[in-house]
Design a binder for this molecule. Structure first.
Ligand code: URA
Length: 437
């Protein structure tokens, strides 16, 4: 078998056998197949696609290119959630303890923020002492003892994805749906899951702007799960405006704490319950999403969800006092207020401008190696459909660096548009994809 033969066949619209796909990924990860050959293959996939069984084999070959978690000795169903990323998307933080408090195991591995989208690890690490880097053995012990782990991806997990993603970035092949689907699913399925709930976002602040592409991505990921026998459900959700009110790192932990207390914003609370109810059904703790939702609401009302969060924070080295006293979390030294220039209804509260603005303040990274400022960010006070009077507060900008503030403020200000006539708020959850209920 040679790489050239496989490239030529894919270039001409042919298919590769399972053995050929496994060989290609293995040899590429080992460095025997060169970057220039894999680049040609990625472009052939970009043009001709990769579907069904072939894509599942491709995903499985990526998944087994490195370390895979072994959690079968731990009793109970293991379920996780993945979001394709957005602005103000802190859902994983209240979701994991809520679902964990109801008895489903959550071996959650999250990422860091890049560009205008935030990262769960950056947010969690604003809790003093909170650790997210664990070996596979430590991860399994934490899961067995506490039922939930909020960790980072080890560099030994799916090394093929790291190499392939860098190559896609340099060859204009990032947007290929099969390549995105296999990249996401290989990393999630390496967690040895029984089920996975996907939050696939669409809109200006999302990785996939158009809903049609988001739907195709969701369907492709659900199909990979079906073909390999792992339950996968996807929700298509709106990312035209930020989720919740806080966009930042420490501030999103504060908002997550509010949500665990039952005092979070309506959109965060709703999405957490809907995703969580799917996870409880997958985890065989609830027989319907209605029952799952009731269990989650009870976990919040009785304080068990918050207790579970305190348990996780302590187990991962963090200071659980912040849950009682969120003012112990970092706060910015300065706050500016952005006021409505006229009365009317908010017609636009653009997630992308707010996300890029928050990144420029220092809440996010432009490049992987950048440091973040945990304290800065934006509090969004008026969202699409809200009525505002001239002078009402649209947002608060929390900043530490005057130069960053100068760059961020016009971007954040440009996010809002006020209309003279009433505007309807966008629908948060547009569709559900996946058979199991
Ligand atoms: N997120 C991933 O993990 N991989 C992609 O290819 C795109 C988004």
């Amino acid at each position: 078998m040679t790489a050239v033969e496989l490239i030529e066949r894919k270039r001409d619209g042919g298919t590769l056998t399972g053995n050929e796909i496994r060989w290609l990924i293995t040899e590429y990860t080992a460095g025997t197949v060169a970057d220039y050959q894999m680049s040609a293959m990625l472009m052939a996939i970009f043009i001709h696609g990769l579907n069904g069984e072939d894509l599942t084999v491709w995903t499985e070959a990526m998944l087994t290119s490195g370390e895979v978690l072994e959690l079968s000795d731990i009793a109970g169903c293991k379920v996780d959630k993945h979001s394709t990323g957005g602005v103000g998307d802190k859902i994983s933080i209240p979701l994991a303890p809520m679902v964990g408090a109801c008895g489903v195991k959550i071996p959650m591995m999250s990422g860091r923020g890049l560009g205008h989208t935030g990262g769960t690890l950056d947010k969690l690490e604003t809790i003093p002492g909170f650790r997210t880097g664990f070996s596979a053995d430590q991860f399994a012990i934490l899961l067995a003892e506490h039922g939930v782990v909020l960790g980072g991806q080890s560099e030994h997990l799916v090394p093929a994805d790291r190499k392939l993603y860098a190559l896609r970035d340099a060859t204009g092949t990032v947007p290929a749906i099969p390549l995105i689907a296999s990249s996401i699913m290989s990393k999630k399925l390496a967690e040895d899951l029984d089920g996975l709930v996907l939050d696939v976002k669409f809109g200006p602040g999302a990785f996939m702007e158009e809903i049609d592409r988001a739907r195709r991505l969701a369907e492709t990921m659900v199909e990979i799960g079906d073909l390999r026998g792992t339950r996968v459900v996807a929700l298509l959700t709106d990312m035209s405006q930020p989720l919740g009110r806080e966009v930042g790192n420490a501030s999103e932990i504060r908002e997550s704490i509010d949500t665990l207390r039952g005092e979070g914003p309506a959109d965060i609370t709703e999405l957490t319950y809907v995703l969580g109810a799917e996870m409880l059904v997958m985890g065989e703790v609830a027989s319907s999403v209605e029952e799952g939702r009731t269990l989650l609401e009870e976990a919040v009302a009785t304080g068990r969800a918050m207790e579970k969060f305190a348990e996780i924070v302590t187990a991962q080295g963090g200071d659980a006092q912040v849950l009682e006293n969120p003012e112990l979390l970092p706060t910015a030294y300065n706050t500016d207020t952005l006021e409505a220039p006229e009365s009317g209804w908010v017609a636009r509260c653009d997630a992308l401008s707010i996300g890029v603005g928050a990144m420029r303040l220092g809440a996010g990274r432009e490049r992987k190696e950048d440091n973040i400022d945990p304290a800065v960010g934006v509090t969004v006070q008026a969202k699409v459909g809200d009525h505002v009077e001239k002078g009402d507060v649209l947002a608060k900008i929390h900043w530490n660096d005057a130069y960053a503030r100068g760059i961020a403020t016009p971007l954040i200000t440009s996010a809002w548009e006020i209309s003279e006539s009433p505007v309807e708020a966008p629908q948060l959850i547009a569709e559900r994809i996946g058979s199991q209920r």
